[in-house]
Design a protein around this ligand. Structure first.
Ligand code: PGA
Length: 251
């Protein structure tokens, strides 16, 4: 059984002071349930959030990383640094990084390997643009992103990953893929993973849906057999909304 996982991607929002307010509003709202929960603040708020969540159910992730352990790489942060701080997860290959910062499947692959080496859990994002969806190549795009992004991993390494299927046209737009459409692509991604890493490992990989997830659509998404959770952007910046999403089992 895959344990459900809901992660909040704060993107470039929340100073340490604002992060403190959000976390202190969020923690009392989280109900005990059999699921994993994480937030991914910007680097500058990681320390604040890690301190505030130390003895709680909330885990913490970063939004990006460089693949080297240390060195003359001005402006970069390494997996060693994230692990040392106490991070558990790190988002890799988010479409905004692919679109604005030159992230490619090759750099995703290096980052995934570097994170796994430090016992950090990569949340690997894949997904098609609107033009690619309209062209009818959604599955092909996701297959290539998975195959190239995860090239060279052993099945037992792959089993530890989290994948996030985020159709680019659904991110921050209020347009969600229907639960059925999301299941179709996510089910296909699991087939691609099974072909590459074997059925057993593929069955352990958690695959999240991301793109305008809100309290009112989380239930139907989670009802789908291959959707194991959500990567939540905008709604994770509001304590009440994110808590409602996390507490989907209790509502
Ligand atoms: P959104 O973002 O929930 O605001 O659409 C999701 C994401 O980019 O991870």
């Amino acid at each position: 059984m895959r344990r459900p996982f809901i992660a909040g991607n704060w993107k470039m929002y929340k100073t340490p002071a604002e992060a403190k307010t959000l976390i202190s509003q969020l923690l009392p709202l989280l109900k005990k349930a059999d699921i994993d929960v994480a937030v991914c603040p910007p680097f500058t708020s990681l320390e604040t959030v890690l301190k505030l969540t130390a003895d709680t159910v909330l885990r913490v992730g970063a939004q990006d990383v460089f693949w080297e352990e240390e060195g003359a790489y001005t402006g970069e942060i390494s997996p060693v640094m994230l692990f040392d701080m106490g991070c558990t997860y790190c988002i890799v290959g988010h479409s905004e990084r692919r679109q604005y910062f030159g992230e490619t499947d090759t750099s995703v692959n290096k980052k995934v390997k570097a994170l796994l080496k430090q016992k950090l859990i990569p949340i690997v994002c894949v997904g098609e643009t609107l033009a690619q969806r309209e062209e009818g190549i959604t599955k092909e795009v996701c297959r290539l992103q998975i195959e190239q992004g995860l090239a060279g991993l052993k099945p037992e390494e792959a089993a530890r990953l989290v994948i996030a299927y985020e159709p680019v046209w659904a991110i921050g737009t209020g347009k969600t893929a229907s639960a059925g459409d999301a299941q179709e692509v996510i089910g296909y991604i699991r087939e691609v993973l099974a072909a590459r890493f074997g059925k057993e490992s593929a069955g352990q990989i958690r695959i999240l849906y991301g793109g305008s997830v809100k309290p009112d659509n989380i239930q139907e998404l989670m009802a789908e057999p291959d959707i194991d959770g959500a990567l939540v952007g905008g709604a994770s910046l509001k304590a009440k909304d994110f808590a409602e999403i996390v507490n989907y089992k209790n509502s």
